[in-house]
Structure formats: structure tokens, C-alpha cells
Design a binder for this molecule. Sequence first.
Ligand code: DGY
Length: 337
Amino acid sequence: MVKSLTENNSQINMKHGEKVPRILITRKLTDAAERAFSNTFTCQLNPEDKALGADGIIAAAEGRDGLAITSMDKFDAALINRLPTSVKILATVSAGHEHVDLGAAKARGIAVTNTPGVLTDATADIALLLMLGAARGAHWGERMVRENRWPPASMVKPLAHDFSRQRLGILGMGRIGAAVARRAKGFDIVIHYHNRKPSLEADAMGATYHATLEAMLPHCDFLSVNCPMTPDTRGIINARTLALLPKGAIVVNTARGGVVNDEDLIAALRSGHLAAAGLDVYNNEPNIDPRYRELENVFLLPHLGSATLRTRTDMGLRALANLKAFFAGETPPDKLN
Ligand code: DGY
């Protein structure tokens, strides 16, 4: 057993002779979420928030009935196949679930759940922050003040880009895409979107549907990536699709880094085809392509989409609700496989 993990015994749910499920929580959650977990199950916590790694997870999972995991833990087939047979469910405290091999879990009879819905507002807020930040140069403006480099008096330097009244293309009109659209309406933005199928909510907002990404891109001064990462969306923002954007467009990504081809995005930012980009997610986090750090026209955040106290607590509670349903013999509301 990993030394830094601690066990909390459930105070409730100890019905006559009924075994209280034993849960491993792989990373530290908010205090409120951990309290709720510990009041429901016998929980092994990770108070030091150390990455357990594959071997640590396997050791700590021994004798556990379920695991609450995060997008920082990679549950590929190799790890899933090593899990003790006691483990019947993986509840990821995240909306994204590309870090879990759903097929491998299913083959072993392990259910997988995620936490959609509760991080919609927080993530959409960050998408707006990225669009505004990238367009208006919030990152270099902030550095100028902080580093005591106030720009010389001038009407023409520095200048940035407008956000209000521009055309925004939303790739992926799910919950988060729709929340981005609602917010953008407050800036008199003209909205275009591409999704597998039209969205009634987006259509009611006056957004224009495009059946293909290629058809939408020429209409986008801003492109917001809000689609899940799947084999179909991996790398779809690439040299070919970026070339379809008007010169001077701005791309923001709050979905997953894998949707974007870094090489091609960096080339478009360097050539000036794109005016700017705003990124919260990256390939190979946290070891992102170092060239992003050198580009003055990129507004960079370290995957903060869901990082508010309330949202992270709600995510923990949603994972808990899934585990409770599962151990009560019901179908968890967010079952994925
Ligand atoms: C999510 O839940 O998918 C967020 O991006 C955090 O990983």
C-alpha cells in the first residue's frame, strides 16, 4: 500500500451486515467532495495529492470495490488488465474520458462513468476568457504592467483585435459549445457551428449550422474548439483546415489538445495566417510543445477549464452519485460503457 494514502471509514450506510463499498480516490479532491465520499463509503484518500503511477494504483486498488479517478490518471488496457478483480467500477472525476480505455474496461466487466454537465459554465467561461485574452493581448498587456514596461504614448502601438460583433465558429455544439454561444451572444457575435447534427438550442439563438467543418471555417473570425476527443476528431485542426480560416482568425481550444495538430497551429501562428490563439489544453500535458511559450500571439492557460472550487466539488459529487447508484444496483446516470 502507498504510504501517503489514508483511509476514512464511513459513518453512515453501515446497514446490518451490509458491506460498505471500499473506494480508492486516486487524487486529492476538494474537502467538501472528500467529506461526502467519506460519509458514504470506506475511502482511501490521497491527501498529499501525489501521482500514484500505474504500480501505485495497482497496489492501492487491492481489495477496493471501485476507484474514483481523474483525467491525470491514464487507464489504458495494460493498467485495466492488471486491476484486482474486486474493482467493479471506475468513476472518473472529469467530463473527458479519453484517458480510460472503455473497451478494455467493458471486457473485464468494469463499469466506467464520467461527470458531464457540472463543468459546463466554468469551461465556457474559460473559452470566453481565451477569446478575449488572445484577441486583446491580455497576456502581453499584463506583463507590460507587471514588468514596469508601460508602452510609450502612441495611438497606434500596441493595437490588438476586436471580439465584439465578430463571427464565431463553434466546433462541437454540445453543452459547453451551447454555453459558449450563449455567452458570445452578449458580445453581439454572429454564431456559426458544426456538429454531427443541428442543435435546436443553437438554432433558436440564430446560429448557422454547417454540416461539415470545412463549410464553416471560411465564416469564422474566431474558432472555438468544443468537441470531445475521439478517433474522428484527433488532429482535425490541422494545416488543411486552418488554411480554410480567413487570414487573421483566432483559434481557441478548451476541449482537448489532441484535436489540434501542434506543428500546423504553430506554423499558422508564425506565418501570420492566424492572428492569435488561446489555449487551455495541449497535447502531452504538462509537457507541452515548448514553441508555444515563445509565441507572443498565444494566450496560454494550464488546463483551468473546470478549476473552480464549486465546479471541482460538483464534479466530485457527481462521481459519488455514480458510485452510489452503481453500488445500489442501479445504472449510474453517467455510465459510459
Ligand atoms: C474535464 O473534466 O474533462 C476537464 O477538462 C478536466 O479534465
